[in-house]
Design a protein around this ligand. Structure first.
Ligand SMILES: NC(=O)c1ccc[n+]([C@@H]2O[C@H](COP(=O)([O-])OP(=O)(O)OC[C@H]3O[C@@H](n4cnc5c(N)ncnc54)[C@H](OP(=O)(O)O)[C@@H]3O)[C@@H](O)[C@H]2O)c1
Length: 312
């Protein structure tokens, strides 16, 4: 493990976070149906009470609504909240200045003067890596971002981000990528290992495979909407894995399949940020931290996931 600069130690001290994509998003998560703002806020509060202080949002989630809700919830609590948000590479954002401008708008919605982590959401097909990263450096220099990171960057793109930030003596704090038992690309293509060598925190998004690893979905009960289409072909095949998650949970005093799936990521050295729509989900997910699977259990899960065909 590379030496961790003190300025980004807070990320390495964070075992688990809370994802806020569903807070306001109708397209994928059906916001407005089945869960209310009050449900989300109660989930947020129970997460804080259970030691989860890191919340990941983005300017595009619910077209700004997720950031606004988070800002509102923060006003209603005395607990410390570590806020991570993201810049989206919209096609007309061609300059490094657009990064600081977008962050100022996010800060306005969040009701904050600084975010703890500002991330480039995706690499842009139009703008070189270096230009947006120069924008991140500017945001950090003027105090609007305590730390800076990227998301969905491969090893090469991440290296370019690191090299650019090194010119300003700023560490790359994190790379947020999809990582869970049904998608282990980060592990298999060496990205996780490279992050660990460089002291970059790998943040695992969709750590429950958008709910599939909770074991609650099946062919008879597929997830609603877009997720149903994306995962329809996998629901039968993953049953042995979700059964194993449940069985391993029993060996740890009634931990749930979701908690085991999240703990597997913690054991791998990643920081999972499961989404939660209500108090029940947030409480379960918070209970995924503070304990560890045995190496044999991690290996058994690796083997069960290796038996699945790669994610389509
Ligand atoms: N950087 C990126 O490009 C990117 C992309 C995707 C996500 N993210 C981040 O990662 C976060 C998490 O990913 P995600 O929301 O895609 O997927 P996820 O965390 O794998 O799944 C979240 C969903 O699973 C269900 N769920 C969660 N906990 C549960 C529990 N304990 N029991 C039963 N059901 C539970 C809920 O949906 P239902 O109740 O409807 O099943 C919830 O909305 C996002 O909020 C976002 O912050 C980032």
């Amino acid at each position: 493990m590379g030496e961790i600069p003190a300025s980004i130690q807070f990320l390495h001290d964070t075992e688990i976070g809370l994802g806020a994509w569903s807070w306001g998003d109708r397209v994928v998560w059906n916001y407005g149906k089945g869960y209310s703002d009050a449900d989300i806020e109660q989930g947020f509060r129970i997460a804080l009470e259970n030691g989860v202080h890191f919340v990941d949002t983005a300017e595009i989630y619910g077209n700004g609504r997720s950031e606004r809700l988070l800002g509102q919830f923060i006003k209603n609590t005395d607990q410390p909240v570590i806020v991570a948000t993201k810049f989206f590479p919209l096609p007309w954002r061609l300059t490094q200045k657009s990064v600081v401008q977008a962050l100022k708008a996010s800060l306005e919605r969040l009701g904050r003067e600084q975010v703890d982590l500002y991330q480039i959401h995706w690499p842009s097909p139009l703008v070189p890596i270096e230009r947006y990263v120069d924008g991140l450096a500017a945001a950090h220099r003027i105090g609007l971002a305590r730390a800076v990171g990227v998301s969905n960057y491969n090893k090469n793109q991440m290296q370019r981000a690191c090299t650019t930030l090194a010119k300003y003596d700023i560490p790359l704090a994190s790379n947020q990528v999809e990582y869970h038992l049904l998608n282990r690309n980060a592990e298999k293509n060496g990205l996780l290992a490279r992050c660990q060598e460089l002291g970059i925190r790998l943040i695992a998004y969709s750590p429950l495979a958008m709910g599939l690893l909770t074991g609650k979905y099946s062919q008879e009960n597929p997830p609603p909407g877009v997720r149903g289409g994306r995962y329809a072909g996998m629901l039968k095949e993953i049953q042995p894995l979700t059964r194993l998650l449940t069985n391993i949970g029993q060996e740890h005093g009634s931990k749930s399949a979701a908690q085991v799936a999240l703990n597997w990521l913690i054991c791998k050295g990643a920081l999972p940020i499961p989404g939660a729509k209500n108090v029940h989900q947030a409480e379960i997910n918070a209970g995924a931290a503070g304990w560890r699977l045995t190496p044999a259990q991690v290996q058994a899960l690796d083997e069960a996931s290796d038996k699945l065909s790669p994610e389509r």
